[in-house]
Ligand binder design. Structure first.
Ligand SMILES: Cc1ncc(COP(=O)(O)O)c(C=O)c1O
Length: 400
C-alpha cells in the first residue's frame, strides 16, 4: 500500500458518512479482468464493480463512445428527443424479443422505484385504489431507497428505517404454494429476481418461474423481474428470464447496462406499457446522451465479443471446478449459480476472512455475511482465470 492509499483512506474516514466498510486497497487503474492499485500491484477482479463492468474495465469502445458524445452534447432534458436515447430504447426492446417500452433512469434502486410506481398505477386502473400490493421474495434485494427497501426481503437491512412503505409482503423463494396464498385481489404485482444476487446467488427453479408466470396470468397480476444484477448477459442470455423461457410483463435493469456508468431502465410490455401518462414519472439525468451512447456501445461490444456465450461456458467450467474443490476440501457445502453469477457457501462461517485472504493474494471476491463468497467477474473471464480463482480458494480455505 502506497502513501496515496494512506491519504485517501484518512480522507474517507474523516469526510464520508460511514455507510461502507471499505477494504484496505486503492485501485487506480483497470483493464479487462485486472485492477491495479496505487503501488502498481495487479489483482484479478471477480467482483467487477459488483456485477457492473461486464465488458471488463476500461473497455476502449465505451471510452470512445463517451468521449465522442462528451464533445458533442452532454445533456438535454427528457422534455426533448435525444438520438441515442431513442436508439437505446429500441435496442433494449429488440434484445428482449420486441414489444417493450422503456423508462430510463440512473440506478437499480431507481429502476425498482419506477417499476413499483408503474405497477401501482396499473393496479389502480385495473381494480381500483385497493389494488396496490406487491409480493416479493424473502432474502431478495431490490435497493436502498424507501420503496425499494420495503420491497427487499431482508429484515436486517430494513429494521433501522421502519416504518416501511405499506403494501409489501415476502414469501419463500421457489415455494409456489406460499405465493399462491399471498396473491390476493389487492395484489398488483409479483416482483422477483430470477437469480437472487445480494442474498447470496440463489437461482429460481425453472418449474417455479413457469408456475409464477401461470399464477400471474390466472390472477391478472403483473410479473416483474428484477434483472438489475442478472441482466446484460451475466447469466449467458441477454436477460436471465430468456434462459428460463419465462417472459415477464415488466423488468428492471441497471448495473451492466452502461459498463460502469450510472444507468438504469424499466421495461414494460403489454398493458403494463400503457400504465404511465406524461407527468407520472421522470428523471433529470435518466437516459442522458452520454449514458445512452455508453449503453449502446456496451451492448454492441457484448454482442460482438460473444460474451453471453462465454459467460455460459466459463460459468459451467467454474461451477464444475468449485464442486470438485468442495469434495476435495470439505470446506464448501454448496455451489450455486448461472452463467458468471456464482457463489459458494462455506462449511465454516469465515467468509469475511476468506475474502481478506484472497485480496492479500491478489484476487478480488465478494464475501456476503458470514458464510457466502460470491463471484461476479467481467464476462471476458477465461477458463485460465477461473482456474486461478479455484487454486487461490483452495490455498486460502486450507489455510484459514
Ligand atoms: C437485484 C438488484 N436490484 C436492485 C439493486 C439496487 O441497485 P443500485 O445499487 O444500482 O441502486 C441491486 C443492487 O445490488 C440488485 O442487485
Amino acid at each position: 500500500m502506497g502513501a496515496l492509499y494512506e491519504d485517501v483512506a484518512a480522507m474517507d474516514a474523516s469526510y464520508h458518512l460511514p455507510t461502507y466498510a471499505r477494504k484496505p486497497v486503492l485501485f487506480t487503474r483497470g483493464e479487462g479482468m485486472r485492477l491495479y492499485d496505487d503501488d502498481g500491484r495487479e489483482y484479478l477482479d471477480f467482483v467487477a464493480g459488483i456485477g457492473v463492468v461486464n465488458l471488463g474495465h476500461a473497455h476502449p469502445a465505451v471510452a470512445e463512445a463517451v468521449c465522442e458524445q462528451m464533445r458533442k452534447l452532454v445533456q438535454v432534458s427528457n422534455l426533448y428527443h435525444v438520438e441515442h436515447r431513442a436508439a437505446l430504447a429500441g435496442r433494449l426492446s429488440a434484445l428482449a424479443g420486441g414489444g417493450w417500452k422503456t423508462f430510463l433512469c440512473n440506478s437499480g434502486t431507481e429502476a425498482i422505484e419506477g417499476a413499483i410506481k408503474l405497477a401501482r398505477r396499473w393496479g389502480k386502473e385495473r381494480r381500483g385504489s385497493d389494488c396496490f400490493e406487491i409480493v416479493t421474495a424473502e432474502r431478495s434485494f431490490h435497493g436502498r431507497t424507501m420503496a425499494a427497501l420495503s420491497a427487499t426481503g431482508q429484515p436486517s437491512k430494513q429494521e433501522a428505517f421502519e416504518p416501511l412503505l405499506p403494501g409489501f409482503s415476502h414469501v419463500p423463494l421457489n415455494d409456489i404454494g406460499s405465493l399462491e396464498a399471498a396473491v390476493t385481489e389487492r395484489t398488483c404485482a409479483v416482483l422477483i429476481e430470477p437469480v437472487q444476487g445480494e442474498g447470496g446467488v440463489f437461482p429460481c427453479d425453472e418449474a417455479y418461474l413457469e408456475a409464477v408466470r401461470s399464477l400471474c396470468d390466472a390472477r391478472d397480476v403483473l410479473l416483474i423481474f428484477d434483472e438489475v444484477q442478472s441482466g446484460m448477459y451475466r447469466t449467458g442470455t441477454a436477460f436471465a428470464w430468456q434462459g428460463y423461457g419465462v417472459r415477464p410483463d415488466v423488468m428492471t435493469l441497471a448495473k451492466g447496462l452502461a459498463n460502469g456508468l450510472p444507468a438504469g431502465a424499466v421495461l414494460a410490455s403489454g398493458s403494463a406499457a400503457e400504465a404511465f401518462s406524461p407527468g407520472d414519472h421522470g428523471s433529470t439525468f435518466g437516459g442522458g446522451p452520454v449514458i445512452a451512447a455508453a449503453a449502446l456501445a456496451t451492448i454492441d461490444a457484448l454482442e460482438a465479443e460473444g460474451l453471453g456465450a462465454n459467460a455460459a461456458k466459463t460459468g459451467e467450467v467454474l461451477r464444475a471446478s468449485l464442486r470438485e474443490l468442495a469434495v476435495r476440501s470439505g470446506a464448501i457445502t454448496e455451489v450455486r449459480g448461472r452463467g458468471l453469477m456464482n457463489a459458494v457457501t462455506l462449511a465454516v462461517p469465515d467468509a469475511q476472512q476468506v475474502g481478506a485472504a484472497c485480496l492479500e493474494r491478489g484476487l478480488i471476491v465478494n464475501a456476503i455475511g458470514d458464510s457466502i463468497v460470491r463471484f461476479l467477474p467481467p464476462l471476458v473471464c477465461t477458463e485460465h482465470e477461473t482456474a486461478i480463482l479455484v487454486d487461490t480458494l483452495d490455498a486460502v480455505l486450507g489455510a484459514t
